[in-house]
Design a protein around this ligand. Structure first.
Ligand SMILES: [Cu+2]
Length: 134
């Protein structure tokens, strides 16, 4: 288990390389903020296939705790399309885009504290959790 500071450094290095890389493009209708992401959640390669859920490795990391108004970057490292729907919500986090395609990312600002359980509706074994603290 890495210390929280090490995790943050690892996240910010990956985030800046994604922002600056030609290999990644922003999802067509991206996010609810122009802010820069502080946190990263990666859609794992091959998560379109059942099995990633056994070790909770469909979304990396499976659980994330952030502070209110923090911004998370979601990036798709898989070769297939995915989506992210918080349970109980009627719109995807990346609304109005219906999917995140391969090598796309979007950012989302969590401005309401609480526990968020989310799923990819295309591959319902893909689950993750975000806790937003005040
Ligand atoms: Cu999926």
């Amino acid at each position: 288990m890495l210390a929280l500071d090490e995790v943050k450094i690892e996240d910010s290095e990956k985030i800046s390389s994604i922002y600056s890389s030609d290999d990644y493009t922003e999802t067509r209708y991206s996010g609810n903020t122009k802010g820069t992401a502080q946190h990263l959640i990666e859609i794992a390669n091959n998560s379109w296939q059942q099995g990633c859920e056994v070790e909770e490795k469909c979304f990396l990391p499976h659980m994330k705790t952030i502070m209110v108004n923090d911004v998370i970057m979601f990036v798709n490292h898989d070769d297939f399309e995915h989506n992210i729907l918080v349970r109980g919500d009627s719109q995807y986090l990346h609304f109005p885009a219906d999917v995140i395609r391969a090598d796309e990312y979007f950012v989302y600002k969590f401005n309401v504290p609480g526990k968020y359980e989310y799923v990819c509706t295309l591959h319902p074994w893909m689950e993750g959790k975000i806790t937003v603290e005040r």
